[in-house]
Design a protein around this ligand. Structure first.
Ligand SMILES: N[C@@H](CCC(=O)N[C@@H](CS)C(=O)NCC(=O)O)C(=O)O
Length: 257
């Protein structure tokens, strides 16, 4: 490995994670050449803790310029100062504050619910979960689908409580509320962007965190993989909403790989 390759930023991530998608989008939008490491989901918690010296149990984590940064919000803040162009923070101070506030809002109020409902519906469909999980594990492990599927059901139930009917219902309500919020915020702007007149961290965050519900073709989910019918029905029930179409459009226009 050349010295130049070693200096590339390294993104520790999970392929299907929407928080990882947020950071991948920021890195690719800014044209930051980087390497990716995708540990086995589940083992990523001790790995994240090890990388961040106990500060962060989650991925994504970015190693850049001799620093190790956990949390997607902190990662994008660091990228803004290391690679300011093109910016994801609006120049205007008020707009910048609003974009960061919206980033936070969707991180806290949408992200965990979109993840929980996806896992809940997958747990109801063990064969489909086995297919999807097998795609997300490294190398030959993916061949042991029933084992990987059982592991995925156990891990998501224990870690996120994703087997709870009540939590799933709360997640559905929170996702609908997040569409209400998205549409109210879009009303304030000119339509294409949440804040200002170009793509900002607010758009990247909202679109990425809605991806497990909207499933845009440019998103991380392999479109040939089966999806739980109940999740698909929920998706369809939202598909006429302005916010849903905005997520599709934002991916289509701005998610260039
Ligand atoms: N606030 C964090 C959330 C990241 C997050 O929840 N990542 C998940 C994967 S989608 C994770 O690593 N979860 C492990 C855990 O919660 O223990 C961020 O914005 O990066």
């Amino acid at each position: 490995m050349s010295a130049q390759t070693e200096q590339k930023p390294v993104l520790w991530q999970i392929d299907i994670s929407h928080y990882s998608e947020k950071v991948r989008w920021a890195l690719e939008y800014k044209g930051v050449d980087h390497a990716r490491r995708s540990p086995l989901p589940g083992t990523h918690i001790p790995i994240a803790l090890f990388l961040t010296r106990g500060a962060q149990p989650t991925l994504p984590v970015l190693q850049v310029d001799g620093r190790t940064i956990g949390d997607s919000t902190e990662i994008i803040a660091a990228l803004e100062s290391i690679h300011p162009e093109p910016p994801l923070y609006p120049v205007d101070a008020e707009e910048r504050a609003r974009a960061i506030e919206l980033e936070d809002w969707f991180d806290e109020n949408l992200g965990p619910h979109a993840r929980l409902l996806s896992f809940y519906e997958l747990i109801q469909e063990p064969e489909i979960f086995a297919e999807v999980a097998a795609e997300s594990v490294p190398g030959p492990l993916g061949k042991a689908k029933p084992v990987v599927g059982a592991y995925a059901r156990a891990f998501t139930s224990i870690r996120f409580g994703a087997n709870s009917d009540e939590a799933a219902q709360r997640a559905r309500e929170a996702i609908v509320a997040a569409f209400d919020k998205l549409e109210a915020e879009l009303e304030r702007g000119k339509g294409e962007f949440l804040v200002g007149e170009s793509l900002s961290v607010a758009d990247v965050t909202a679109a990425s965190l809605f991806y497990p519900v909207v499933v845009p073709p440019e998103g991380p989910l392999d479109p040939t993989l089966p999806r739980p019918p109940a999740m698909e029905r929920f998706r369809q029930s939202l598909s006429d909403r302005r916010g849903f179409k905005w997520v599709e459009e934002t991916f289509r226009r701005h998610r260039h790989r």
